[in-house]
Structures are given as structure tokens and as C-alpha cells.
Design a protein around this ligand. Structure first.
Ligand SMILES: [Zn+2]
Ligand SMILES: [Zn+2]
Length: 195
């Protein structure tokens, strides 16, 4: 997306607002994004700072992601803010521009394409869920647990807990007498009865 800034040329402090809608095909290439459901809506303000042009504003776009628990598609709006100054000349940049290359004015235009793309990329959540308490999928058969329990879920838990329940059973059979000895409760009783 390129913005023509010739209306602000030579007028430090002047600014304009604009609302633009552009397709965002780059998002569809990402594995996190199932579908792009609309254009990027950019509401921006561009200001002539003297040294360059400051772009400030908000971006939003409707996309379809996948629930990270149940893998079902979910619609959401990615939204983020941007703020970037495009400089007239590279020498006006701060001394650390070697590390963070400054954005530059290109003739009477500024190109905010990569600014928009990078900002939207980092606005994609690492994990998204269709609902707060989404129970996800059965780890054994893959059944959607939000639509009812599967037959295998009970036995799957039994199989996993079988060794533990055996161990617990053994412990309950052997522990009580040992505990009495270890804690010396019999000695204590003897002492008490003597005094
Ligand atoms: Zn889900
Ligand atoms: Zn199952």
C-alpha cells in the first residue's frame, strides 16, 4: 500500500486522515490462517514532521483461524496499531539506524506495505480457542468432546490409570501396619499407659 504525501509537502505539522481497504493475500499463505475473510481496513493519520512523515493508525482484518484445542475453524478479527516515521533522508535517522534501517520517503509516496504486513503478522495469536472451556478432542479417537463423550474416553483413562490404581491398592493393603510401626504410636501408647 502506497500513500501519496504530496498534499503535505513543505508544510510541517500538516496532516491528513484516510481510511483504506486493501486485500491481504499475504496472510492466506500462513499456516495459522485458514482463510482471509475480508480486506485489511487501515484508518491512518499521516503528519509532516519536518524530517519526514509520521504514520499512526489502526489496522483490522477478519480472518478464520483454527481452535488450537479442537481444530475447528473460528472467525476472529485481527487488530493492531501502527506507528512509524518515514524519513526524507537517511542521514536524518538516529545513529542506531545501522541496526534498524529507517523507512524512507520514496519521491512523493511512502510505502507502508511491509509496515502493515509485519504488524498484522505479530497480531496473530499464538493460540486461539473457539470458547474458553473448549474441551478439545479425545486423544484416542479424535472425537469432538464438545459434542458429547466417546465410548473410548472412559476406557482410555482406565488404561492409563490401571498401573496407578494397582499400586494404590497394594499401598492400602501394606501401608497401615507399617505406618503404625514407623510412627512409633505403639511406643507412645506404652509410655502413656505406664505413667
Ligand atoms: Zn475448540
Ligand atoms: Zn475417544
Amino acid at each position: 500500500m502506497r500513500l501519496n504525501i504530496s498534499a503535505l509537502a513543505g508544510r510541517k505539522g500538516s496532516s491528513f486522515r484516510l481510511k483504506e481497504e486493501r486485500p491481504a493475500d499475504f496472510l492466506a499463505k500462513l499456516s495459522e490462517v485458514e482463510q482471509v475473510l475480508g480486506p485489511v481496513v487501515a484508518e491512518l493519520q499521516v503528519t509532516n514532521t519536518g524530517e519526514g512523515f509520521l504514520v499512526v493508525g489502526d489496522l483490522s482484518i477478519e480472518v478464520e483461524l483454527r481452535c488450537s484445542r479442537c481444530l475447528r475453524p473460528l472467525k476472529t478479527t485481527l487488530s493492531t496499531s501502527i506507528e512509524e516515521e518515514f524519513l526524507n533522508h537517511p542521514e536524518e535517522a538516529e545513529e542506531d539506524w545501522f541496526w534498524d534501517e529507517p523507512s524512507l520517503v520514496d519521491g512523493n509516496e511512502i510505502d507502508i506495505t511491509s509496515l502493515i504486513e509485519e504488524s498484522l503478522l505479530v497480531s496473530i495469536p499464538m493460540k486461539s480457542v473457539c470458547q474458553e472451556d473448549c474441551p478439545g478432542l479425545c486423544p484416542v479417537c479424535g472425537t469432538l468432546l464438545s459434542e458429547g463423550k466417546c465410548d473410548c474416553s472412559e476406557s482410555a483413562i482406565d488404561i492409563r490409570l490401571a498401573p496407578l490404581s494397582k499400586l494404590l491398592q497394594q499401598m492400602s493393603e501394606t501401608t497401615p501396619p507399617e505406618r503404625r510401626k514407623d510412627h512409633g504410636s505403639t511406643k507412645e501408647e506404652t509410655f502413656k499407659s505406664k505413667s
